[in-house]
Design a protein around this ligand. Structure first.
Ligand code: MRU
Length: 366
């Protein structure tokens, strides 16, 4: 994606060969700040504090985190320690476990002195693969938007509703849910995106709106509660969201509030699609009930960060003083509410059979 005319990725190895550069997403949309990760702990903190976030990017950051850890010590014990440290930073996005297991599988059989280079190479390959996979997700999603556009009066935009940020900021480039949107926009299919603000952390208002705006895609930020109303009034043609983990039966975990959008879409007959790379499917997870849901700090609900009238970024309290708050960060949308899964291998129904058909090499295992 281009920011201020410059092509950017969300993560890349630095020129010094000993650190990794990321876009610090906790500073957006107020400041585009590049942060350096200089060791295992920096990578772990970046994942935990959501300087990097979004399932695919969490995975790639973990891969680079292992590479950073092995700069000092590439022994079996160091590899095990780094993997264990990274995996506990966020529980719901399965790409974290996937990336750590992939890198470990590649490194473990190698002699210790070859591991560090191999880890850097493998992390870079994962980043490149993510870009390719997200591009393919977009290519498979565009026909859905083109089909809707054909049924609308010429020049009328296809209205897409999305939740949270499943954009290029959540991946290395392109995004998952946003990839069909960017590709349709670039192909001159008129699109307009309803962007759920996505309380409590506002990934929609802060991140999705930022990236859509940077790419010139028409969009409107809405309060999370507005989606059902817009669907009832025929102002949403399609919902496309991302996901942090898809169970083998097609149940989908995604940012808290996704389930409510799926219910409203189901009630109003609006198609509800989920875009994902194969690395987000948890083949060991039979259905959504066993997916661990991350509980985050109550402060995310009780406080908000924003820019004041002097341009300073400040945190303010927004709730009744002393009231407690709960903050489950994800929910599970049952497969029966999902119209289809848009993957790098094509679009399928959200079911065990659908996933097995697209990924026969995994389906057979479970
Ligand atoms: O808590 P976050 O911001 O990491 O949650 C992100 C999401 O819920 C995204 O929709 C999901 O990771 C898919 S990203 C392509």
């Amino acid at each position: 994606m281009r920011i201020n005319g410059k092509a950017m990725r969300t993560i890349r190895p630095a020129a010094d060969g000993r650190s990794v550069e990321i876009i610090d997403q906790t500073k957006l949309p107020h400041e585009l700040r590049i942060a350096s990760l200089r060791g295992l702990n920096d990578a772990a903190v970046a994942i935990k504090t959501m300087q990097v976030r979004g399932a695919p990017l969490i995975g790639v950051t973990a891969a680079y985190g292992l590479a950073l850890a092995l700069l000092d010590d590439a022994s079996d014990q160091a590899l095990r320690h780094a993997a264990a440290h990274l995996i506990k930073q966020r529980p719901t996005a399965v790409n974290l476990r996937w990336a750590i297991e992939e890198v470990t599988r590649v490194l473990q059989p190698l002699p210790v002195e070859q591991r560090t280079n191999a880890a850097w190479e493998h992390a870079a390959r994962m980043a490149d693969d993510d870009v390719e996979v997200c591009q393919s997700i977009g290519a498979h999603g565009v026909p859905l938007l083109a089909e809707i556009a054909k049924r609308k009066p010429p020049g009328t935009p296809v209205n897409v509703l999305t939740h949270c940020n499943a954009g290029w900021l959540a991946c290395v480039d392109w995004g998952t849910a946003t990839s069909p949107i960017y590709q349709a926009h670039d192909a001159e299919i008129p699109v307009h995106v309803w962007v759920d603000e996505t309380r409590p952390r506002n990934q929609g208002a802060a991140l999705t709106a930022y990236e859509l705006g940077s790419h010139g895609v028409p969009h409107t930020i809405i309060a999370d509660n507005a989606g059902g109303h817009l669907m009832q009034r025929g102002q949403v043609d399609i919902v496309i969201v991302g996901t942090d983990r898809v169970a083998h039966n097609g149940d989908v975990a995604n940012k808290i509030g996704t389930y409510l959008k799926a219910l409203a879409a189901h009630d109003t007959g609006v198609p509800f699609y989920v875009a994902l790379p194969g690395s987000t499917i948890d083949w060991r997870c039979d259905d959504g009930a066993s997916i661990e849901i991350e509980e985050r700090s109550a402060d995310e609900v009780l406080k908000m960060v924003g820019r004041d009238e002097n341009g300073a970024v400040v945190t303010v309290e927004i709730a009744a003083p002393g009231s407690p708050a709960a903050n489950p960060a994800f929910d599970v949308t049952p497969a029966r509410l999902v119209t289809g899964l848009i993957t790098e291998r094509g679009v399928t129904d959200a079911s065990r059979a659908g996933l097995d058909r697209l990924y026969p090499e995994h389906g057979a295992q479970s």
